[in-house]
Design a protein around this ligand. Structure first.
Ligand code: G
Ligand code: G
Ligand code: MN
Ligand code: NA
Length: 250
């Protein structure tokens, strides 16, 4: 496909960018950090969604170079522009399978000067389902660097509860499909509530993603979610347009 051919040269042509979406402490409205999100500014198609190009990068092996570039750049950007705040970076299964993820993270921290405890990596269940013993070792080694581990998109996969105690998570990010219907669909509200209770019992921090409305915000706040992310609070933006102003809580 044409997109695959274009993606091969995108990195060296400088077409890849990283945007950052702030994350907030829900109770205080204070910004705690931001999630790094890849963007491909294609010369003909304009911005191509990572949902469209990351799967291509994964299956072609391009994710190794792209993921490495993104980790280094995000750590550098953050160490300079957001000292003391926490950077969240998504890692894909290919980066665990076909690259030395621990060395990558250690190098990115060393070269940027970003402290390990200012980095959180986000992984999805698809990685854990591969049942590769190396994954747990890698996650433990990252934790030893002070890096936090978040389980992204929680609730959308198999959500096997055994993962929550078999792997050293600090944070779970409840998928935005539940947040979207938080105040309109009682089933979604029940799931949000159950996950909040589970996370509290396991001493995991919760992040509600995809908060778009005041009603959704009020709902996850009432359920005790720790942190929030979404268009209501702040949209993803390039590093030089990023603002960490507090979110006025109601
Ligand atoms: O920003 P947007 O909603 O378009 O992102 C779509 C998906 O792409 C999200 O699930 C997000 O986790 C993923 N994504 C964004 N940036 C990265 C990245 O740097 N690495 C990986 N593996 N996934 C990313
Ligand atoms: O799967 P992951 O959590 O990494 O996805 C983050 C993606 O969610 C980003 O691509 C971002 O653009 C998108 N996103 C962030 N806030 C919102 C929101 O409020 N609504 C929707 N629909 N998408 C959002
Ligand atoms: Mn994510
Ligand atoms: Na997510």
């Amino acid at each position: 496909r044409g997109l695959e051919r274009d993606l091969r040269g995108a990195l060296k042509r400088g077409e890849l960018e990283i945007h950052y979406q702030p994350q907030y402490d829900i109770k205080t409205g204070r910004a705690i950090g931001a999630e790094a999100l890849l963007r491909w500014n294609h010369p003909v198609h304009g911005y191509v969604s990572p949902a469209d190009f990351i799967p291509i990068a994964e299956t072609t092996g391009l994710m190794i170079a792209i993921g490495s570039w993104a980790m280094h750049k995000a750590c550098r950007d953050f160490a300079a522009a957001a000292p003391g705040l926490r950077l969240a970076v998504n890692l894909s299964p290919a980066q665990f399978r076909r690259a030395d993820i621990v060395t990558l993270v250690r190098d990115a921290l060393d070269r940027s000067g970003l402290p390990g405890n200012c980095l959180e990596i986000e992984i999805t269940e698809s990685l854990l389902m591969e049942k590769d013993a190396g994954t747990l070792d890698a996650l433990k080694a990252l934790k030893a660097l002070g890096v936090g581990i978040a389980l992204d998109d929680f609730g959308t996969g198999y959500s096997s509860l055994s993962y929550l105690h078999s792997f050293p998570f600090d944070t779970i990010k409840i998928d935005r499909s539940f947040v979207r219907e938080a105040d309109t669909n009682p089933d979604c509200a029940a799931i949000l509530q159950a996950i909040a209770a589970l996370a509290a019992a396991l001493h995991l921090t919760t992040i509600a993603e995809g908060i778009e409305t005041e009603a959704q915000f009020a709902h996850v706040k009432a359920l005790g979610y720790d942190c929030g992310q979404g268009f209501l609070l702040a949209r993803p933006a390039p590093i030089d347009e990023l603002s960490f102003r507090d979110f006025a809580t109601r």
